[in-house]
Write a protein that binds this ligand. Structure first.
Ligand code: ARG
Length: 275
């Protein structure tokens, strides 16, 4: 069983990253990413997390799997278990055997969802306090989220995503503490908006900053790492007692990802929000 003494995050270097297919509105094969720039931006994110005291673990990149770099989608880590993803699109399904091998080598218990349910890992499943907020419709299925809630014995609040640009929950919602979260209200249907509104402190992100992936932030205690170009959210974070750390991740926006997508909490997705 893996043991963690400090915040621990999985990343995968962008050695084979690129825009090779189009499975979300951000991806356009005629707007390719630049490998050297991607490497620089990824390394800067990595080094920033290390400087904040994070133990960053790496899994090897693999040719032909350009989105493997987005480790948030590998699965959901809960205690010593990883619930592996079951990707909606064939283009990403080849990642799962590699994820399984890596988690096995690290001593995790591996669970897969019942056949026929799609689930895209921490990209769609985020704890706020001991409640699991679960995005569904675009990539993950509501049934998968209910199954997970039963397995973990926790309350699940399914949130329907209505805007294809915000196709994973972590593109429009980010818990900061048990009673505080960042969100982009327009990405949700009415019912989901009402459900999220139960969280006492909500920081709403504008359309413009949501499109800069402001909500796709990595939370390490009071430190919040996010893409550059979100000055309003940075100010709002400071006003709420958090310290923003902006770092340019434009190359990854081309695939529809940013800081949070490039990371996966290994000490438990719930550990991201201890406060
Ligand atoms: N191109 C990837 C996809 O469409 C990006 C994944 C971003 N990950 C995330 N957790 N939002 O699947």
């Amino acid at each position: 069983m893996p043991m963690f003494t400090r915040p621990t995050i999985l990343m995968c270097p962008p050695d084979f990253y690129g825009i090779e297919y189009e499975i979300n509105p951000w991806m356009n094969r005629s707007v390719p990413s630049d490998l050297a720039k991607s490497r620089e931006q990824w390394q800067a994110l990595h080094d920033l997390l290390v400087s904040l005291g994070v133990d960053v673990r790496l899994m090897p990149a693999a040719e032909g799997l350009p989105d493997l770099v987005f480790t948030a989608n590998a699965g959901l880590v809960w205690r010593e278990t990883v619930f592996l993803a079951s990707f909606r699109h064939a283009a990403r399904q080849g990642e799962t055997p590699l994820d399984a091998t890596w988690f096995e080598s690290q001593g995790f218990r591996i669970e897969s969802l019942p056949a026929g349910m799609n689930f895209e890992g921490a990209g769609d499943a985020l704890f706020c306090g001991d409640t699991l907020y679960a995005g569904y419709l675009v990539r993950s299925d509501a049934s998968a989220m209910q199954w997970l809630g039963d397995r973990m014995g926790c309350r699940v609040i399914p949130l329907q995503l209505t805007d294809d640009r915000f196709y994973h929950l972590d593109t429009c919602f980010c818990p900061l503490a048990h009673d505080t979260a960042i969100w982009h209200p327009l990405a949700f249907d009415d019912y989901a908006r009402r459900a999220v509104s139960q969280i006492p402190n909500l920081i709403a992100v504008s359309e413009a900053e949501a499109a800069r992936f402001a909500c796709n932030a990595v939370v390490v205690g009071r430190d919040v790492v996010l893409n550059a170009g979100c000055p309003q959210l940075e100010a709002d974070l400071r006003a709420n007692g958090f310290t923003p750390h902006a770092t340019e991740l434009g190359e990854f926006l081309k695939a529809g990802g940013s800081a949070k997508c490039l990371t996966l909490r290994l000490d438990g997705e719930d550990a991201a929000v201890w406060l």
